[in-house]
Design a protein around this ligand. Structure first.
Ligand code: FAD
Ligand code: SIN
Length: 537
């Protein structure tokens, strides 16, 4: 199979890019791959909304830039922050033009919300299901583009480079090229090779590396692992953002339900088991301090008091406000016996967002030629050591747009190799592999990995925990590679392999960072180092 533009991922980043490329190049073929259903993405679960300066009387680009820099704790790339904040407004208008609806006041102005770390009301939202609405609008718009083919249930295994032509490719190879990908087509159960002139990775986050996460099952860091295997550059993986308020539901495994930060933006108060509004002891911004501070405060309250959760109190909200702004949360909680207008909501932090990822430049280019990355899998320099709430949907659209501009300009200038350059690439080799004998070998390793990452590489870290985590990951890695060599590939096995790689990258970056900054808190290095730097592997 061949295509001009290959897009891996059907979340906000992949779909935004695909729509733009397809519109600009109607004679070119655009193929979008997604590993399960087309809308099963982190994007679909976004609740709070998308940050953007809309009210220039009460807000400004400078304020949004400053808030992003403060949240990022000294590690944001200022140029990237300026790009995202300033270009973001135009991108928001584009998705509105594609059909996304954001809540409005009776006078027609947007209803703007507020979240932690924001100094102004600037969050556009669609009730508490903003991501679902944006994903819907993008998929609808996609249907109108005949030159886009969306292939669901198609699991990308690896990026094809010169390595597959038999050349030695190392981290110091200067001109690694991407020719396309190998995929496991889950509808035919066959492994196919798809060649492309240009590939965009928009594979989303990696929350599933942890035991408790707000991310859906697809968030296994596949794009990051693939680029690392292909010897591309990965950056700042230690900065895993834990959302302070996931619904605490004992016994529930997999994805935790999020209680959006917008609840605190509207006046929700965090309380410990004695009923104390404890955030005032931790930060003068109280419940609306940046996420790293709030998550650490909750973690500390839980540890000191020996509890498994704290509470979020919005009993003072009117029923009208709750059902209008937070109908999804209201229904979900009611379904488990909690009426949030009368009862406090039990909440605990959960892995939520990966601030680091595949290193990209200001046009979304990775260190591998013909390969772009956008969205949560990319590390653009926007988030630094901690992402400001609701900046990720914005970043995904801004960098999808920038990748589109650069890719189309270059392809029009004839600078990209034709996709048949990789024609000599062999078919996937499955010799010597057999059907898996026992799924337990995979599921148990997944459990072990999640447990060790949550216990040793969570909100608070230290050198001994990181060292132990690395030793145990090493064993899991060896066992999984042995299994991979002799077993017919399956999404479960490939996801395990990818998650172990991502876990390794998180621990490795954490070991290299000899300070506490933003989301990385190491009790052996409690202060900040003056030698602030990005960690690139
Ligand atoms: P995703 O939307 O996650 O899409 C990833 C795509 O890649 C999927 O289609 C998946 O199938 C595909 N994929 C992955 N691996 C493979 C593979 N091997 N083969 C084929 N396909 C593959 N951000 C905000 O700005 N505001 C919010 O209010 C907000 N709320 C959030 C609430 C929740 C519960 C969560 C989980 C996140 C939230 N975020 C929010 C973060 C934001 O939603 C994500 O960062 C963003 O949606 C990521 O978009 P993406 O396009 O990069 O990836
Ligand atoms: C939320 O709604 O609290 C999530 C916002 C975000 O992750 O940006």
């Amino acid at each position: 199979m061949q295509t001009d533009f290959l897009v891996i991922g059907s979340g906000i980043a992949g779909l935004t890019y695909a729509l733009k490329v397809a519109q600009d190049c109607p004679d070119k073929k655009v193929m979008v791959l997604t590993k399960t259903q087309s809308d099963e993405t982190n994007t679909k679960y976004a609740q709070g909304g998308i940050a953007g300066v809309m009210d220039f009387d009460k807000d400004s680009f400078d304020k949004h830039i400053e808030d992003t820099l403060v949240a990022g704790d000294g590690l944001c790339n200022r140029h990237t922050v300026e790009i995202v904040v300033k270009e973001g407004v135009e991108r928001i208008q584009e998705i509105i033009d594609w059909g996304a609806q954001f809540d409005k006041e009776p006078d027609g102005d947007f209803k703007l919300g507020k979240e932690g770390g924001h100094s102004a009301f600037r969050i556009l939202h669609h009730k508490d299901i903003t991501g679902q609405e944006m994903e819907r609008a993008l998929l609808e718009a996609l249907k109108k583009r005949p030159n886009i083919e969306l292939v669901s249930h198609c699991f990308v295994l690896d990026i094809i480079t010169q390595h597959h032509l038999g050349y030695l490719v190392t981290k110091s190879t200067p001109d690694i090229e991407c020719y396309g990908v190998y995929v496991l087509n889950l509808q035919t159960n066959k492994i196919e090779k798809i060649l492309s002139s240009i590939t965009l990775l928009a594979t989303g986050g990696n929350g599933q590396v942890y035991r408790t996460t707000t991310n859906p099952a697809i968030a296994t860091g596949d794009g990051v692992a693939m680029v690392y295997r292909a010897k591309g550059r990965i950056e700042n993986m230690e900065f895993i953002q834990f959302h302070p308020t996931a619904l605490y539901e004992p016994g529930v495994r997999g994805q935790s339900f999020l209680i959006t930060e917008a609840v605190r933006g509207d006046g929700g108060i965090l309380r410990n088991h004695t009923g104390e509004a404890f955030m005032q002891r931790y930060d003068e911004r109280k419940d609306l301090a940046p996420r790293d501070i709030v998550a650490r405060a909750i973690d500390n309250e839980m540890k000191v008091n020996g509890t498994e959760h704290v509470f979020l109190d919005c009993r003072h909200f009117s029923k009208e406000k709750v059902t209008e702004h937070f109908p999804n949360i209201y229904d979900k909680c009611l379904g488990i016996g909690i009426d949030i207008t009368k009862d406090m909501i039990p909440v605990a932090p959960a892995a939520h967002y990966s601030c680091g990822g595949i290193k990209t430049d200001e046009w979304g280019r990775t260190s591998i030629n013909n390969l772009y990355a956008a969205g949560e899998c990319a590390s653009t320099g926007l988030h630094g050591a901690n992402r400001l709430a609701s900046n990720s949907l914005l970043e995904a659209m801004v960098f999808a747009h920038r990748a589109y501009i650069d890719a189309v300009a270059t392809i029009k200038a004839g600078q990209f190799p034709p996709s048949n350059k990789g024609a000599g690439i062999p078919a996937w080799k499955a010799d010597g592999t057999n059907a898996p004998k026992e799924m337990i070998l995979i599921t148990q390793s997944v459990k072990e990995m999640k447990l060790l990452m949550s216990d040793y590489v969570g909100i608070v870290r230290n050198n001994e925990r990181l060292h132990r985590a690395m030793k145990r990951l090493d064993l899991l890695y060896t066992e999984t590679e042995e299994l991979y060599k002799k077993t017919i590939v399956s999404p479960q096995l490939c996801e395990l392999r990818n998650m172990i790689t991502v876990a390794y990258l998180i621990v490795k970056c954490a070991e290299f960072r000899h300070e506490s900054r933003g989301l990385h808190f190491n009790t052996d290095y409690p202060g900040k180092s003056s030698m602030v730097q990005n960690i690139v592997l």
